[in-house]
Design a protein around this ligand. Sequence first.
Ligand code: ADP
Ligand code: MG
Ligand code: MG
Length: 369
Amino acid sequence: REESCSKIEDAIQNIDFKGNFADCNMYGNGHINDTFVVRYTQEDGSILRYILQRINHEVFKDPVGLMENVAGVTEFLRNKILENNGNADGETINLIKTKDGKNFYQDSIESYWRGYRFIEDAACYDKVEKPDDFYQSALAFGHFQNQLSDYPAETLHETIKDFHNTPDRFMRFKKALEEDILGRAKNIQEEIRFVLDREQDTHILMDLYKKGEMPLRVTHNDTKLNNIMIDNKTGKAICVIDLDTVMSGFAVNDFGDSIRFGASTGAEDEKDLSKVNFDLGLYELYTKGFLEGCNGSLTDVELDMLPVGAKIMTLECGIRFLTDYLQGDTYFKIHREGHNLDRCRTQFKLVSDMEKQWDAMYEIVNKYR
Ligand code: ADP
Ligand code: MG
Ligand code: MG
């Protein structure tokens, strides 16, 4: 503990926070990084707050590449906002460099630290309390896509290799199935069939990409509600945060992942599948917000592929749970026997629901495009 406190002090001293240090406390509900709020007294006696984060080095194996991505995207967003309305406050996440001009501070025990301006008068919500929250997140992620539509996405580091390479996820599943190290395959034939029947689907987006019809975009890859700051007074989204997983990818996958967890009526690991339904109303709300946010920056092919993105992200997630189940639950933390199998079943239930409402999903895109 003492060791870690002294490292916090080191980081504070090295990052270019302005004013006189007042105090530092743990902050927020993030699940990945260690987040602190640091307070600084300014000359006029006012207090300025900053976010200090220790990057989770276990999860993110390439913190240097990650921080290059974060710095590139945040600087680009700030310049875009300056161009548009001459005011960079509050509307994007601002990285604070170290005193020697670096994007992060690396301490002597190989921890990586970074600072951000604190976005005041705003909050992050863990749960969708009202539909408008979900709509606000759609607007923000759409806007994010729009602002970054002319960013050179191919320059971003692939910090998590093959993250949404769905054909590759399928191959890894097939390999786990062939090996079947725990002999679990015999009890899950229905789930296995479900995946094998949809091999074609896993290729759709990658094939379009290879034909040059699906553009590479800046994607966020963690498009949860609690990665959006919502204004305390107006209830409106201010900006997207948590850019650790920013990489190049397909816009429809970011959209799809939001739908996957946001338009389900049940928890990701619900055992009672009658409680897990794909909510077309929530899908419509998100689609509306996302397309408003994108404001014309998506191509026709991308728009056509939004329902596919929703289905493929859900299928891919289910495949990952099933693969982990076959491999002995080594990747996703489990809290009960068969936990990964339960998780995979909720995803496949949602995929089935989407397939049943396929035409309606397209019509909704067409209504707002
Ligand atoms: P994690 O990857 O651990 O989720 P986040 O970057 O999402 O880390 O940060 C964790 C929490 O810290 C957020 O949910 C939010 O409440 C708070 N937070 C992060 N950045 C800022 C910021 N610039 N201003 C205010 N609060 C922030
Ligand atoms: Mg977060
Ligand atoms: Mg994160």
